[in-house]
Design a protein around this ligand. Structure first.
Ligand SMILES: [Zn+2]
Length: 344
């Protein structure tokens, strides 16, 4: 099969479009012929060599994928050849304490496609049958691939972990990212008021079109002053932070008592000063969140099929041009997701 491979860490130039043997579905697995994959910032971290994941070279990137079941391994039931499926990117054991609780994203033996094992920048991927989420008829392969990380992660952080509530005011940092733009839609569907930040007016215009009640260009405006002015000194109930660094550190000072600071990423800084006094005097909660369960993936795909949520796709590249797609992602000009179309 064709795949995007790399043999050494480095910039986008290390990615090569090459041939590798087709994977084979073992017992309980299915072979999925991919139609669409989607980019994530972690792909770039892995390619650069700063991800802290262990994997073998040459490696195939790609967390998200959607396609058609092409072959079944022994003992597979409930999935048929030709089914349209999205592949949950967390390969779990389905046997540990967390898997048995339905919290499979915390599986003790998990391995992530594209992070620990070969990913979806490829024509085929092998996954356990239980990891194949049916794609509703109304949802395209591109929309399905664009939704797993973005809507799945945002849903888990806001709803399962952050207790998003009707009437909450939510500050969403760097709203142009795939996960943050999805968080905006979930917050609006849940009846929240949203303040969104971004580095460009173009991204803020997109956020306004998606329902943001107030927008702040953080390159030209003091975010905390603007948040306190918009909320008339009240502050926010929730912060949804995909970036870490300064945004995380300063958020403490615009949160109401009982506010929840949901942290799902730290590309702008993994280690920050933390004002403990502000934190405990106002009963602020730090809420950590990572990935999502397969049940949550089914749920967000259902909401997309109903039109409640709608993936935002910024651009689409052929698989062979994955390096160019990553260059665009790294330029941080995108609003929403960048998709790879997989050739037949
Ligand atoms: Zn497990």
């Amino acid at each position: 099969m064709k795949a995007i491979l790399f043999d050494e860490f480095g910039g986008p130039e290390v990615l090569r479009y090459g041939d590798v043997p087709d994977p084979v579905a073992g017992p309980g697995d299915v072979l999925v012929k991919l139609k669409a994959s989607a980019l994530n910032h972690v792909d770039i971290d892995i390619r650069d060599g700063v991800s802290r994941f262990d994997f073998e070279m040459p490696h195939i990137l790609g967390i998200e994928g959607a396609g058609v079941v092409a072959a079944l391994g022994d003992g597979v039931s409930g999935v048929g050849v030709g089914d349209r499926v999205a592949v949950s990117y967390i390969r779990t054991c389905d046997d540990c304490e967390w898997c048995n609780r339905g919290q499979d994203n915390l599986c003790e033996n998990r391995r992530l496609f594209g992070e620990h094992i070969p990913g979806t920048y490829a024509q085929y991927v092998v996954a356990p049958a239980s990891h194949c989420i049916p794609i509703p008829d109304q949802v395209t392969f591109a929309d399905a691939a664009a939704s797993l990380v973005a809507f799945g992660t945002a849903w888990h952080g806001l709803v399962a972990r952050g207790d998003l509530t009707l009437g909450d005011t939510v500050l969403i940092h760097s709203v142009g990212s795939g996960v943050a733009s999805a968080a905006l839609q979930i917050c609006k569907a849940a009846g929240a008021t949203v303040i969104a930040t971004a580095s460009s007016d173009a991204k803020l215009d997109r956020a306004t079109a998606d329902g943001a009640d107030a927008v702040i260009n953080y390159t030209t405006t003091d975010v905390n002053e603007a948040v306190m002015a918009f909320t008339r000194g009240r502050g926010v109930d929730l912060v949804f932070d995909v970036v870490g660094g300064d945004a995380f550190r300063k958020s403490m000072f615009v949160m109401r008592p009982y506010g929840r600071l949901i942290s799902i990423g730290a590309h702008a800084g993994e280690v920050v000063d933390f004002d403990i006094i502000e934190f405990f005097r106002r009963h602020i909660s730090y809420v950590s969140s990572h990935t999502q369960t397969r049940d949550e993936l089914r749920h967000v795909l259902e909401l997309i099929s109903r039109g409640t949520l709608s993936p935002r796709i910024h651009s689409t590249y052929p698989l062979s041009a994955a390096a160019d797609a990553q260059r665009e992602l790294a330029s941080r000009g995108a609003y929403g997701k960048i998709i790879l179309e997989i050739p037949d």
